[in-house]
Design a protein around this ligand. Structure first.
Ligand SMILES: [Zn+2]
Length: 112
């Protein structure tokens, strides 16, 4: 079990740079953020890489509340993106089901 988690962390670490460039798919983003809710190490890694990508060093970061806040904002935006994606997906599935029902309904009507 412990080893599986390590492999997971390695995967997540590799996703971080792409996350910061907004290049992750919604599914990857969800996996990454879910993992970070449980794993402080990876969350810390994200914070550090975010700082680096913003061109700041650690000493500056610890004093810079705004930077941490802007990372939190970025994460919240990602959650919103994931949610609206899920919403669109279920909306799409619902439409397909409705169309199938409509087709079956009219076929049944014709037959009867
Ligand atoms: Zn981790």
């Amino acid at each position: 079990m412990k080893d599986e988690r390590k492999v997971d962390c390695k995967k997540i670490e590799r996703m971080i740079p792409r996350y910061l460039e907004n290049k992750l798919s919604v599914y990857e983003m969800q996996a990454m953020l879910d993992h970070m809710r449980e794993c402080k190490n990876c969350k810390e890694e994200l914070t550090i890489q975010y700082m680096v990508s913003e061109g700041l060093n650690k000493a500056e970061i610890e004093n810079d509340y705004n930077l941490l806040q802007s990372l939190e904002n970025k994460i919240n935006d990602s959650y919103k993106q994931i949610k609206s994606h899920d919403f669109l997906y279920f909306g799409f599935v619902f439409c397909i089901i409705a169309i199938v029902c409509l087709v079956i309904g009219s076929v049944v009507t014709i037959i009867l």
